[in-house]
Write a protein that binds this ligand. Structure first.
Ligand SMILES: [Zn+2]
Length: 257
């Protein structure tokens, strides 16, 4: 695959993903249809759907009513294009495409979680199914049993923790959407040796730091739910993009085994 093709492919998929993310709970994630302007409701012209280029040409405004177009849309398009090129560069064609699809799904999950404090089933369930289908090309023979154990065991353990917390009346430690999200993410992270535990550890550390900062700055209450999907997304990208990251994360725990 040529980098130009990867860039364009990433941007096109990112454009659909970005539209779904920005519009949730309306729009493509629930009701696929042609894009319309959020301001005037008119159908967006085909030439104004070209990722990034259209946003720049229109200076971020609707051609008909000049309502601002969400800047997260071109941001997700550019990130998706770059992630596709980088991940295919690090992991090669087939595996890189599967990991890019996971990365783009995580961009959507993080965007929706930050805004609505929810990670929709419409995203996590197809991601888990897709990751399972891609499992034979993504994860090498030797590490398959281990990766499956992490990808199914960790979400089950977290779900058990949620039930215990509910039984004793403590706040929910993690959202149900985050737990479902982890199934697909951990399966894909199996592309890297030690990937699944490294992603869990990385997400916990990143989520912990963000929660502490939120508590100290007073932006988060002691019982407010933290959007955890962005931490999962950051940890996944770190582990699958940066060679040696999983090893470095796991080093204090005896390294990758
Ligand atoms: Zn408009």
């Amino acid at each position: 695959m040529s980098p130009a093709l990867e860039l364009v492919g990433g941007a096109v998929v990112g454009s659909a993903a970005g539209t779904a993310a920005v519009r949730w709970p309306d729009g493509a994630l629930c009701h696929p249809r042609r894009s319309t302007c959020a301001g005037c409701g008119r159908t967006v012209r085909a030439r104004d759907l070209v990722p990034v280029v259209a946003w720049l040409r229109l200076r971020g405004r609707c051609r008909d009513c000049a309502a601002p177009i969400d800047a997260r849309l071109p941001a997700i398009e550019i990130s998706s294009a770059l992630l596709a090129v980088l991940l295919i560069g690090v992991h090669g064609g087939t595996r890189g495409v599967a990991l890019s699809a996971g990365a783009i799904a995580l961009l959507v999950a993080a965007t929706v979680d930050l805004r609505h404090r929810v990670v929709p089933d419409r995203l996590t369930l197809p991601l888990a199914a897709g990751a399972l289908a891609a499992f034979p090309v993504v994860v090498g023979n030797a590490s398959r049993p281990q990766v499956l154990a992490w990808a199914l065991g960790a979400p089950l353990a977290l779900q058990a923790l949620v039930l215990v917390a509910r039984a004793v009346g403590s706040p929910r430690p993690i959202g149900g959407g985050d737990i479902k999200l982890l199934v697909g993410v951990l399966l894909l992270a199996g592309a890297v040796d030690g990937g699944p535990p490294a992603v869990l550890l990385g997400a916990t550390v990143i989520g912990g730091v963000v929660a502490s900062l939120g508590l100290v700055s007073g932006r988060l209450g002691r019982t407010s739910r933290l959007p955890f999907a962005p931490a999962i997304a950051a940890a996944y990208l770190l582990v699958v993009l940066v060679p040696g990251a999983a090893e470095a994360l796991l080093a204090p725990f005896g390294g990758v085994r």
